[in-house]
Ligand binder design. Sequence first.
Ligand code: BES
Ligand code: MN
Ligand code: ZN
Length: 502
Amino acid sequence: MTHEFSHLRTGGAAGGIIADPAARPTAIEADAVVTFLTEGGVGSGAIAEIDATTGGLLSRLVAAGEITGKRYECVPILAAPGLKAGQIVVVGLGKREEVDAGVIYRAAATAARHLAGRPRAKVVFVADGSWTTRQTEQAVAGAAVGMVGQDLYRTEKKRTRFGSTVWLVAPPEAVARGVVISEGVNLARRLVNMPPDDLYPQTFSEEAASAAGRTGMEVEIWDEEQLSRERCQAILAVGRGSNRPPRLVILRYRGPGAQADQPDLAFVGKGVTFDSGGLSLKPSESMLTMKCDMSGGAAVLAAAATIAALKLPVNLVAAIGLVENMTGPAAYKLGDVITARSGTTIEIHNTDAEGRVVLADVLDVVRGFKPKRIIDAATLTGACMVALGHDVAGLFSNDQDCCNDVAEAARAVGEPVWQLPMYADYDDQIRSDVADIKNVGDGRWGGAITAAKFLERFVGGIPWTHVDIAGPAFAEKPRPWTDGGGTGSFVRPLVELARGPE
Ligand code: BES
Ligand code: MN
Ligand code: ZN
């Protein structure tokens, strides 16, 4: 079976990923067969079949404690007797009652990442018959993400995509959708991993246009003249320190049966293609990874493209504010007062708090579409990482139902999130003596919240949730399921949100 929506893939020779519901794991010829194991031991189904065919090899190894089924444990068993495949890879899912879509995604990615360490012509994955369709999709997505590393610019590649991948015990539609989701995640990762001299506002906007072309979205790109006509002075101010002019990308998608006029959803992404801090210059160590500061924009683009490729029945608008935050002679300065597109005036106290200034105009643009809900994704604050660490995204909202739906979508795909409060008292901290608001809080405490409070001023009362992905967007070190670099954070939750509950 070849899947019907392969519009998202770019670069790199990816082999086909197909479902073969009829094949037996013991009889199929392959370089490797990947099977999933919980701490409960060898259960029933396909894994029991492998166990029986190998004369109880798996259960003996489990009894001996050589295989535990602990989360992301990855045990290759070479040349197992009775099998056509060259090896079995047993990957752990942890405790059965704690298995969810996120664990399954990461376990599949762990096995794929391990096997992709050298070229493999054909790899077979055996889904667990007890998984839901959505869980199977996430397994397929994880496996296709795990075999891709951050090799874009490496002469000798560390990971090689499998020549072909075959999924057993998986519904073909789930495999096809999982592949599309993986292409979205890998698109976001590729953009985040591109160096800032290759990915800057203009080239990002070209990437957006080509993703739109492949998936059937309408795209509009505002250059600096258009931004000026549209009074986007906040975006223009942040972009002034760079010789790479800013851009605003607007994507539109109307799915089959979706409401014609009003967007159900608006996605907004922070696309700072490099954040030097501007005149409030970052120290070298903090600046090193600031090519990742467009991760929210990448997530929004990739999620919109995935939603369009899946032909989901929603009316969606997505907008990405693209700037490079630099220190050139025209750079915006501390003490500057900028009139944002909405008319709100912003006093600049720190040019490194640039993301919120850019998003002020982007939020105002999407507000014009009168969407039912706005979700923004942004690597907005280091403070959010202080609060929640590397793996958890912060949620901030003016509407609890909207926030609950975002949290539920993230939970369904296993990306951890945590909501932080938006008490009115925080508003006092962004009051300015000379303008309507200033771009940082009164001290650094609660910095993730004062940033969200700033954004709230530009959503005009529309139900809105802000997702601060400063922690999860970029992995400085490799993890069992991913090489370092861009993670594709929040692509899957945004797609899930557009689908609604299973
Ligand atoms: N892009 C950064 C936030 C960030 C930090 C993202 C680390 C990913 C990893 C943002 O523009 C920023 O610099 N925020 C400042 C705000 C401060 C000046 C109020 C911060 O968090 O230090
Ligand atoms: Mn900054
Ligand atoms: Zn930034």
